[in-house]
Design a protein around this ligand. Structure first.
Ligand code: TYM
Length: 343
C-alpha cells in the first residue's frame, strides 16, 4: 500500500540522515545506580559525537506503579541533573521529560489499538513486576511496553542503547513497527537494540542471582550519589564466596559481578586485572573496587551538586530539550494519524 506524501512524512524522511539516531529512556523512580550507569548512561555519554542523540526521563512510565506526586516532581529534576552530571551535554543531546511531549501518550494509544494482547502477555518484565498481584496492578503497568514502543518509534529511532533487561521490549517495538508498516504502509523505522557485551546486566550486591535494581534493598546497589563511606560499607558487605582466587569465573557470580564492575571502571582487560590481584585476597580487591567507584562517582557528585542548586536552569534545559524534539514527534504522530484514517 502506498501512502500519500505529506509534510509530515517529508519532515521525517528517513533516507540519509547524516548520523544514526539513538533514543533511550530512564525512569525517575528510586535512585539511579551503577547498573544504570554501566549498562546505559556511560554509553549515552561516550557516543554523543557518533549519533544523533535523544534521551528522555520517562515519568509516564514511572507512574505505572504508585508514586508520591511531590517526590516524583523532585525525582525528575534530580535524575535530569544526574544525567547531565554524568556528562550528557545538552548541546549534543536532546534531554527532556516524557510527559512534556504529549505525543508520547497519544501515539501509545494508537499503537495500543494495533498491538495484540498476546504479544503483551509474553512480556516477562510485567510478569516479574506484577508477581501475584495481577488483579490489582494498574493497566498502565501491563501496557508499559507499548508506551515504550511509542517513545522509540516517535523519533524514527535507529538504535536503542539499553541494558539487557530491555531487550524484549525493544524486540516488541520492532514487531509493532513491522506490523504497522505492513498494514498501513512504510511509517516507522525499525529500531535495533544496542546492548553491550560487558556490563549489560550488573547484578545485585547482596544477591548476584538478581539484577541490580532501583527497587532492591539499599545494600543491593551503589547509587550514583552514594558518598564514599556508604560505598565502602556496601562493597565490604557485597556477597562473594568461600574461595580465595580473584578470577573471572562465571560459575562464581558474586565475585564475577564485582570484577565486571571493576573492569568497566578501570578499563583494563580481564588478564590485567587477574594479574593485578594474583595472590591477593578479597579485602584488597574490595578496597581497589571501592577506590574505583569513588574515583568515578566523586566528580559526578560534584557536578550534580552544582546543577541541583539551580532548579530554574535545569527546568530551562529540559524545556529546551522538549522544544527540540517536538517537531519530530509532531511529524510522526501526524503521519500515523493520517495512515490510520484519523486525519
Ligand atoms: P530503567 O529506568 O529501569 O533503566 C535505565 C537503563 O539502565 C539499564 N539498567 C541496567 N543495565 C545494566 N545492569 C543493570 N542492573 C541495569 N538496571 C537497569 C536499563 O536496561 C536501561 O537501559 N523501560 C526502561 C525505560 C524506557 C526506555 C524507553 C528505554 C522507557 N522508554 C525507550 C529505552 C527506550 C526502564 O525502565 O529503564
Amino acid at each position: 500500500m502506498s501512502a500519500p506524501t505529506t509534510a509530515a512524512s517529508a519532515a521525517n524522511a528517513t533516507p540519509k540522515r547524516a548520523r544514526e539516531r539513538v533514543f533511550s529512556g530512564i525512569q525517575p523512580s528510586g535512585a539511579p545506580h551503577i547498573g544504570n550507569y554501566l549498562g546505559a548512561i556511560r554509553h549515552w555519554v561516550a557516543e554523543q559525537d557518533i549519533f544523533d542523540n535523544i534521551y528522555c526521563v520517562v515519568d509516564l512510565h514511572a507512574i505505572t506503579v504508585p508514586q508520591d506526586p511531590g517526590e516524583l516532581r523532585e525525582n525528575v529534576r534530580q535524575l535530569a541533573a544526574t544525567l547531565l552530571a554524568c556528562g550528557l551535554d545538552p548541546q549534543r543531546s536532546a534531554l527532556f521529560v516524557q510527559s512534556h511531549v504529549h505525543e508520547h501518550a497519544e501515539l501509545a494509544w494508537l499503537l495500543n489499538c494495533v498491538t495484540p494482547m498476546g504479544w503483551l502477555n509474553r512480556m516477562t518484565q510485567f510478569k516479574t513486576k506484577a508477581g501475584d498481584d495481577r488483579e490489582t496492578v494498574s493497566a498502565g503497568l501491563y501496557d508499559y511496553p507499548v508506551l515504550m514502543a511509542a517513545d522509540i518509534l516517535l523519533y524514527q529511532t535507529d538504535a536503542v542503547p539499553v541494558g539487557d533487561d530491555q531487550r524484549q521490549h525493544v524486540e516488541l517495538t520492532r514487531d509493532i513497527a513491522n506490523s504497522f508498516n505492513a498494514r498501513f504502509g512504510e511509517t516507522f523505522v525499525e529500531p535495533r537494540a544496542l546492548i553491550r557485551e560487558v556490563g549489560a546486566r550488573i547484578m545485585a550486591l547482596d544477591d548476584p542471582a538478581k539484577k541490580m535494581s532501583k527497587s532492591g534493598a539499599d545494600t543491593s546497589y551503589i547509587a550514583l550519589l552514594d558518598p564514599p563511606e556508604v560505598i565502602r560499607k556496601k562493597i565490604a558487605r557485597a556477597t562473594t564466596d568461600s574461595q580465595r582466587t580473584i578470577v573471572f569465573d562465571e560459575s562464581r557470580p558474586g565475585i564475577f559481578n564485582l570484577l565486571t564492575i571493576y573492569q568497566l571502571l578501570v578499563g583494563q582487560s580481564r588478564e590485567q586485572i587477574e594479574a593485578e590481584f594474583a595472590g591477593k585476597g578479597y579485602k584488597e580487591f574490595k578496597a581497589a573496587l571501592t577506590e574505583g567507584l569513588v574515583a568515578t562517582l566523586t566528580p559526578i557528585q560534584q557536578r550534580y551538586n552544582q546543577l541541583v542548586a539551580d532548579p530554574a536552569e535545569l527546568d530551562r534545559l529540559l524545556a529546551g530539550g522538549a522544544e527540540r524534539v517536538r517537531p519530530i514527534s509532531h511529524a510522526t504522530l501526524a503521519q500515523v494519524q493520517q495512515r490510520m484514517g484519523l486525519r
